[in-house]
Design a binder for this molecule. Sequence first.
Ligand SMILES: [Zn+2]
Ligand SMILES: [Zn+2]
Ligand SMILES: [Zn+2]
Length: 219
Amino acid sequence: MIIDASATIAYKCSSCGTFEFVTLTLFELLSGKEIEYNCRCNGSKLVICKENSDSYKVVIPCIACGDSHVYILEKKAFIKQDISVFNCPKTGLKQCFIGNDRDVRKRVDKLEKEFDELINMFGYDNYFCNTQVMFDSLNIIHDIAAKGNLFCECGNDDIELILFSDKIYLRCKKCPASKIIYASTNEHFRENLKLNQILLLDEGLDLKNILSEFIIRKK
Ligand SMILES: [Zn+2]
Ligand SMILES: [Zn+2]
Ligand SMILES: [Zn+2]
C-alpha cells in the first residue's frame, strides 16, 4: 500500500509579506534531495533539507528580524493531525504553519480575512504604499493597545488612529499630543515590531500640517 502522506507549509514571505503555500509529499522528502520553493513574488525562498533520519530542516528568511531561521520538521508531522506553528525567536512573529492542508489554509485564511476587511474598508487595494506592512503594523499597534501600553503623556488612553498611505497617525483625544508610526517598508515593519509601548507626546505635530503635506504629495 502506498500512503501519499503530504503536508502543507504556509510561510510568510520575507519580501512581499504574504503567505505562500507549499505542498510537500513525504515521497519528495524521502528522495533526500534539497528542495527549494520560491515565493510567487520571487523575493524569497524556503529551503528544506535532511537533518537526520527522522527529521528535516526548514530554512526560511524572516521578514520580522531580517535573519533566516531554521526549524526542525519531524517526519511525524506528516501524519499528525494538529498543525505546527513556528515563530520568529526574536520577535515572536508567526512565520510558518505546517500541517494538513485544510487546517493550515484555515489558519492563514483567518489572518487574511482581517486583511481583506482592511482593504474593503478603504475600497481599493492601492491606497497604501504597502498594504501588507500597513496591516501588520496596525496589528502590532492593536496588540500594544490591548496590553494597555498605548497611552498619552496626559494619562489618557483614548487614542484616535488616522491612516495615511505610508503612516499611521495616532492622536490623543484629550490634548494635542500625537505620534507617527511609519508603515510603508519592511524596514518600518521591523522597527515597529520592536515597539513594546507607544507614548504620545506633544511635539507640535499638527494634523493640519500633515494633511497638507499629504494633499500636496497626492497632486
Ligand atoms: Zn513574496
Ligand atoms: Zn526572525
Ligand atoms: Zn493627551
